[in-house]
Design a protein around this ligand. Structure first.
Ligand SMILES: NC(=O)C1=CN([C@@H]2O[C@H](COP(=O)(O)OP(=O)(O)OC[C@H]3O[C@@H](n4cnc5c(N)ncnc54)[C@H](OP(=O)(O)O)[C@@H]3O)[C@@H](O)[C@H]2O)C=CC1
Ligand SMILES: N[C@@H](CC=O)C(=O)O
Length: 781
């Protein structure tokens, strides 16, 4: 059974290295029975077209030059790819083909389509032989055996039978794109982008599940990414919009390509063969994706008014000029938008029924949801007015607006237009994990905050996750009644379901906000990144995971242009990460960070005076929401050790957690066992602290838990642990619960930069997570 039909265009096969890359893709993404449709390699079709023209002009010198060029090019592909007998056979076949072509030229019997077909034939033969050499079972198939047209119409039943007969289930079928046969067996071509069409036809005839168009762009973008740097690549586009874009001249997909998929469930995917890791665009059935916004530019366009134009006729004209055409009705008249170089052909064909209304115009079409289109049209006109661009023709339709002018739209104007019309329409899906102490406060402020953010960006809360349950609503959870929605609709927590739901989310951006304290959840970050999610973490586990994992995560994020904020993982809401980033970005070199980085330990040390047991204070700190879910994470010094590691890595240091020396604030035997075991043995903690405090008191000193990171030219040292300080020391008067970060750098050398304030607590931490979300939204703008 055919599972996938892959299609590789000419640029994907332009060199021997590209063939190798394509073979790798096939190896990784195919199973036996799948089809691979190929175009002519690199510039082969252009060369064959030149050969045809030279033949027609009877320019024999040019004919032999081009034949030599073609021969050399094919040899340059065959030589490095094939070895031994298969290389010899490929050379022999090529020479035989060139001899027949030469013979037909001499006999004046050359036909254009037959000649052009060689490009695809050579690609299919070479790729199939190369796959066989790599150990795969593969066969090359000539699509003239599969697709027959009679008077320009596909013979559907016959073609389906032929596909059934020739497509083998035991091998990879490498099929020539672009070509078919007529009912007499003569070669015909399927026109511009014909190979894409071959792929979707084949998928339809073979009941394939999916067509993957491997190309040199990464997918379908909101506008031309070569002209607008921040063009958005969409993960999903519905067929109706893809069709409209194709008719309006968007080069990624041709309207014809989509036609065989009508009324089928076949998935169409556009992927880059040059960057296989890049997320693709999926073209989905109506209703499976929300309408997106696009600006597609038009150049050298003529506008014709045509009497009584039927849709069938538009198809015929499109076939005639080998180009998609768009027609529309305005005030009872039918208009046709045509590439200026084809106007003559069309006007002649329509024999007096077409009038040229405007010629040689440029402009753009803004495509969007019906509800937005009037507003977007007005905004576009306003912007053009400011740029002194006067429209010659404007047409507002249900899901697009067409604006044609004399001046071409340069990339500066297109960027402005894109910022104004497209970026504003983007949506961010917010997924919140963790509804504990901090998460609940964060959520209680979210409705108001999303309102505020909506001035910059549309954000919707689409998922809430807890340890055992999760709630999804792709269209947005109503924040004023999320509790009842949770009660009625929350599902059992299931990791596969969670990842599946995230992958289905049809938003321009997604962010997972991790307010759990779960190491297991942090281990899902690479999956979230694969699903194109930005990350915000209050959770410290990912930032302190082993270095290789951490580094791979960072690299994956960077490759996908995704952002990761984790300001609250150190110092709760204090802007410590901002400050360090700022200093480094301004060229400063940080040499030391020291201080108190635990709200819990700060509060415990400051409040302990021996009058109440230390363990009672621990329970109080837990109640106040300062501690980690298991307060031993704080008492062990581990939480503070994690914070120092996060800061160290932010300074570019390649440290692991255990590179930071640690002395705990509790006896070692309390670390093991359950929290109840700890409670049962709390006297051990009380005695441990009382003894330390008494010793300190003898020196007229106090207990403090501090950390320090020192970076010298030849060494880095880092530790967290219990110290004693004089009663007049700055740390002695630290407000209970406050953190303090004392930063020395090249510029803050003698006189350190100090950041101080509450370092734990649900309110400040939730505020810090909101600050990260605000930062993210601003950076998405
Ligand atoms: N408290 C503070 O002052 C500060 C805390 N932080 C960090 O914020 C995070 C949250 O702290 P806090 O709110 O106090 O912790 P809580 O223990 O109060 O809340 C943790 C939440 O995470 C949920 N959870 C646990 N495992 C998973 C999982 N696998 N998937 C989804 N949800 C899960 C829990 O679910 P359930 O409700 O079902 O148990 C709970 O809702 C921690 O990482 C902490 O280090 C950072 C700065 C300051
Ligand atoms: N338990 C932590 C909370 C913040 O990270 C602390 O006390 O600092």
């Amino acid at each position: 059974m055919v599972n996938i039909v892959h299609k590789f265009g000419g640029s994907s096969l332009s060199s021997a290295e590209r063939y190798q890359a394509v073979a790798k893709i096939i190896l990784a993404n195919s199973q036996l029975g799948d089809c691979v449709v190929v175009s002519a390699a690199g510039k082969t079709t252009d060369n064959l077209v030149k050969l045809w023209q030279s033949y027609q002009q009877q320019d024999s010198q040019a004919v032999s030059d081009i034949l030599l060029l073609i021969d050399n090019h094919q040899q340059a592909l065959i030589t490095p790819l094939l070895q031994g007998e298969s290389r010899e056979l490929a050379f022999a076949n090529l020479q035989a083909d060139l001899a027949i072509i030469t013979d037909k030229i001499q006999q004046q019997q050359l036909s254009e389509a037959w000649l052009l077909a060689h490009g695809e034939l050579w690609s299919a033969r070479l790729l199939a032989s190369y796959l066989v050499q790599l150990g795969l079972t593969a066969q090359a198939l000539d699509a003239r055996q599969l697709f027959t047209l009679h008077e320009g119409q596909l013979l559907q039943q016959k073609n389906q039978q032929q596909c059934g007969a020739y497509i083998a289930t035991h091998c990879i079928n490498v099929v020539t794109g672009f070509i078919a046969a007529d009912s007499q067996g003569n070669t015909v071509t399927l026109g511009r982008n014909g190979s894409d069409y071959s792929a979707t036809l084949l998928a339809d005839y073979c009941y394939a599940k999916q067509v993957v168009i491997w190309t040199d762009t990464q997918g379908v973008f909101s506008t031309d990414p070569r002209k607008v740097k921040n063009a958005i690549k969409y993960a999903k586009v519905c067929r109706e919009q893809a069709n409209l874009l194709a008719r309006l001249g968007n080069p990624v997909l041709h309207a014809k390509t989509l036609s065989p998929l009508k009324n089928t469930d076949i998935k169409l995917v556009v992927r880059s063969s040059f960057d296989c890791d890049a997320a693709p665009t999926e073209i989905v059935k109506e209703g499976y994706s929300k309408a997106k916004r696009f600006i597609t530019t038009l150049d050298n366009i003529d506008l014709l008014r045509v009497d009584k134009l039927s849709s069938g006729e538009v198809g015929e004209l499109s076939q005639l000029i080998q180009h998609s055409l768009h027609h529309f009705t305005k005030a009872g008249d039918t208009y046709l938008l045509v590439p200026a170089q084809t106007t003559h052909q069309i006007v002649t064909h329509l024999a007096g029924r077409a009038n040229i209304i405007e010629s040689n115009l440029s402009g753009c079409a803004v495509v969007a949801a019906t509800a937005d289109i009037v507003h977007l049209g007005e905004q576009a006109l306003e912007l053009f007015d400011k740029q002194s661009i006067t429209p010659r023709f404007v047409h507002l339709d249900t899901n697009y607006v067409l604006l044609l002018h004399e001046q071409a739209i340069d990339s500066d104007v297109l960027t402005l237009l894109h910022d104004k019309l497209i970026n504003k329409g983007q949506e961010l899906a917010v997924i919140v994990a963790g509804l504990g102490n901090v998460g609940k406060v964060f959520l209680s402020q979210l409705e108001q905050q999303l309102q505020r953010l909506s001035e910059h960006y549309n954000c919707k809360l689409v998922a809430l996750l807890r340890a055992k349950k999760m709630l999804f609503s792709a269209s947005g959870i109503n924040l004023s009644e999320w509790q009842s929605q949770w009660q009625n609709e929350a599902l059992d927590y299931d990791q596969a379901e969670l990842l599946g739901r995230l992958s289905e989310l049809d938003y321009e951006h997604k962010v997972v906000i991790d307010i759990t304290a779960s190491e297991h959840f942090s281990r899902l970050y690479p999956h979230f990144v694969d699903l194109n999610c930005h990350l915000i973490s209050a959770n410290k586990y990912a930032g302190t995971a082993d270095y290789d994992w951490y580094q791979a995560l960072r690299e994956n994020l960077a490759e996908r242009n995704l952002l990761w904020r984790y300001n609250t993982s150190v110092g709760a809401g204090l802007p410590i990460n901002f400050a360090l980033a700022d200093l480094q970005n301004s060229g400063d070199r940080i040499s030391r960070i020291e201080g108190v980085f635990s709200g819990t330990l700060s509060w415990l040390c400051s409040c302990y005076d021996g009058r109440s047991a230390f363990s009672e204070l621990v329970f109080k700190a837990q109640e106040m929401g300062y501690t980690e879910p298991d307060p031993r994470e704080d008492l062990s010094g581990r939480d503070m050790q994690r914070k120092l590691l996060i800061l160290a890595r932010d300074l570019g240091l390649h440290l692991e957690l255990d590179d930071i020396a640690l002395t705990p604030l509790m006896p070692e035997q309390l670390a093991a066992g359950s929290w109840q075991d700890f409670i049962d043995n709390k006297h051990l903690l009380d005695e441990f602290i009382a003894a330390k405090a008494a010793l300190a008191e003898q020196q007229n000193q106090l207990l403090r838990y501090t950390g320090a990171l020192s970076i010298n030219a030849d060494s880095v040292t880092a530790q967290v642990g219990l110290v004693t300080v004089d009663k007049d020391h700055a740390l002695a008067s630290l407000k209970p619960g406050d953190n303090i970060f004392v930063i020395n750098s090249q510029w803050y050398n003698e006189n350190a930069l100090v950041i101080q304030g509450p370092g734990a607590g649900a309110d400040v931490t939730a505020a810090g997570v909101h600050s990260d979300l605000y930062w993210l939204v601003n950076n998405l703008k």
